[in-house]
Ligand binder design. Structure first.
Ligand code: ATP
Ligand code: MG
Length: 139
């Protein structure tokens, strides 16, 4: 059965470009409920741990530098079929390939600086939600 949570981060590019409000509006209008949310900044070490699955990929260093380059908004979102529906809402990794009316089409600038993160499986959603939030921060 599909899980009902996903973990998102509004990435440093979108925060810097004042897109927090626009992105949260799209998230709410798509029917996601916010269960937890924080404005924070990952150190290089924390960003490296979050993206450890990508350690062997050629863009890992660039990704860790970027994700620790400024503040982010992390949030746990609730909806039936959350992981799949949220990945539809954010669009393709490369904004040039993202469908119309997706968050990345609207707000991302490049494949590296692509505005938002979305979990890629129910298992990773649970891990990533636990990475950013304790049980006492989720309502
Ligand atoms: P995310 O995990 O952030 O939601 P995604 O699942 O669409 O994105 P992944 O393949 O998991 O894409 O890659 C993680 C992140 O690494 C991407 O969102 C992007 O910021 C960065 N990235 C991926 N591919 C490249 C690339 N070829 N060059 C630079 N950065 C990349
Ligand atoms: Mg991913």
């Amino acid at each position: 059965m599909a899980g009902n949570i996903t973990l998102t981060m509004i990435k440093p590019d979108a925060v810097k470009n004042n897109h927090i409000g626009g992105i949260l509006k799209m998230i709410n209008e798509a029917g996601f409920r916010i269960q937890a949310m924080k404005y924070t900044r990952m150190t290089r070490e924390v960003a490296g741990a979050f993206y450890a699955v990508h350690k062997e990929r050629p863009f890992y260093g660039e990704l860790v530098d970027f994700m620790s380059s400024g503040p982010i908004v992390a949030a746990v979102l609730v909806k039936d079929n959350a992981v799949e529906d949220f990945r539809k809402l954010i669009g393709a990794t490369n904004p040039a390939e993202a469908a119309d009316d997706t968050i990345r089409k609207m707000y991302a600038t490049s494949i590296g600086e692509n505005a938002v993160h979305g979990s890629d499986s129910d298992e990773n959603a649970a891990i990533e939600a636990g990475f950013h939030f304790s049980a006492y921060e989720r309502f």
